[in-house]
Design a protein around this ligand. Sequence first.
Ligand code: ADP
Length: 245
Amino acid sequence: MNEKIRLINDDGLRVDGRKPDELRPIKIEAGVLDNADGSAYVEWGNNKVIAAVYGPREVQPKYLQNSAKAIVQVNYNMAAFSGDDRIRPGPNRRATEISKITAEALENVILTNQFPRTSIDVFIEILEADAGTRCAGLTAASVAVADAGIPMIDLVPSCAAGKADDQVVLDVGKLEDNIGQADLPVAYVPRTGEIVLLQMDGHLTRDEFEKALNMAIEACKDIHALQQEALKSRYSPQKEGGDAE
Ligand code: ADP
């Protein structure tokens, strides 16, 4: 007989040992590429993501140019080696969707009206994927935009919450994504309190939705602090081996 896989055990812990409201470990580094105007690297659990930003620069193709503001073009791509099996390179519906929602989230914070007729081009490469890559990608992308010196209202931290074994959980993992009940990616702008990305896959009751949304927003505030730290340590690195006095 087929035994149901349990996503939460008798002690209330998840398959990777996390509590329901616990994030996977997150590391963020700003300015990792010499040849881009701005860049960032994010390790989030087993996800590994790099973001590179070019611009503001001339719009390609030219007919997309907007005389009132800069356009934001995002290219999200999963590397062929980023999953268990080889992933077919090139655009597909999912990559197009994630590129679009990421661009829309960034357009909400970048001061695009300061750079009419230009393009801000953002490349997100997923080196290793383990669920939550759109959130890790957007988290990396906004640090890369700031690293490029492009003025923004705020950074955009992003995190998903969801539902597994009838419980609301934070930062949905791969197995939870595959066999869980819901996934709710959120991006939140701490300075304005705006939600600039909200998607939902699966079903949540109204109460569960509110709980999941609040959990994701609280996590975004913690991720925001990590983003700021990454930029601070790039631009004002702590002196090593300083005097103890
Ligand atoms: P997200 O990565 O934002 O959670 P999805 O929910 O679409 O986006 O995907 C969940 C996970 O499924 C991905 O992080 C990745 O690990 C895996 N995945 C998605 N698309 C593919 C693919 N084409 N091939 C292999 N694995 C994939």
